[in-house]
Design a protein around this ligand. Structure first.
Ligand SMILES: Cc1cc2nc3c(=O)[nH]c(=O)nc-3n(C[C@H](O)[C@H](O)[C@H](O)COP(=O)(O)O)c2cc1C
Length: 173
């Protein structure tokens, strides 16, 4: 297995970005991360895929001032797995997956864990990106790494106010 993983990453190293199959999978409750995902899709010529909750979020669901709002409950209880619509994408077809989400309570929504567990990411290269009201992506990156150690995680990017140059630099890394 170690051999397979090494061979896989060597293989990716020798491909340039145009030769890779790139998926941009994102969850966005109010559209901001959706815009960020579109920018990445345009820059990489990758396939855009929206991770959709089975039950859409209402404004009240997203009210972080209400201790008992749906989003707050889903954030506090880290082993919650909010239902998502059945995947209509085959992650196995992609070399690289950009994974986007809004920062909720300093980390990723647990719905992202539902997505991670809906298919096999073992050995895949996954690159997180996020939007927020100001918090960094670092805690989300760390939580994802700890929760899914079999994934080949690459440095993420908080997309708030990111210029096109900064975006391209990150993509080309
Ligand atoms: C329940 C909830 C918790 C949030 N927690 C944070 C937070 O901890 N830090 C932060 O900077 N922004 C926080 N935000 C703001 C969102 O990260 C921000 O508005 C994001 O860009 C929304 O992306 P979207 O439109 O793709 O859903 C929170 C928003 C919600 C709804």
């Amino acid at each position: 297995m170690i051999f397979c993983l090494t061979a896989y990453s060597q293989d990716n190293k020798n491909k340039n970005i145009k030769e890779m199959n790139i998926l941009i999978a994102f969850f966005s409750a109010t559209g901001i991360t959706h815009n960020a995902a579109e920018r990445i899709a345009k820059a990489t010529e990758g396939t855009l895929y929206e991770i959709e909750p089975q039950q859409p979020y209402t404004e009240e669901d997203l009210n972080w001032n209400n201790n008992n709002s749906r989003a707050n409950n889903e954030s506090k209880i880290r082993d919650m797995r909010p239902a998502i619509k059945a995947l209509s994408v085959n992650v196995a077809d992609y070399d690289v997956i950009y994974l986007g989400f809004p920062i909720w309570w300093y980390t990723c929504p647990t719905l992202i864990y539902t997505f991670m567990e809906a298919t096999d990411f073992k050995g895949k290269t996954v690159i997180p990106f996020a939007t927020s009201g100001g918090s960094t992506i670092r805690k989300a990156e760390n939580d994802l790494k700890v929760t899914y150690p079999n994934v080949h995680w690459k440095a993420g990017l908080l997309m708030n106010n990111v210029s096109n140059n900064e975006l391209l630099k990150w993509i080309n890394q």
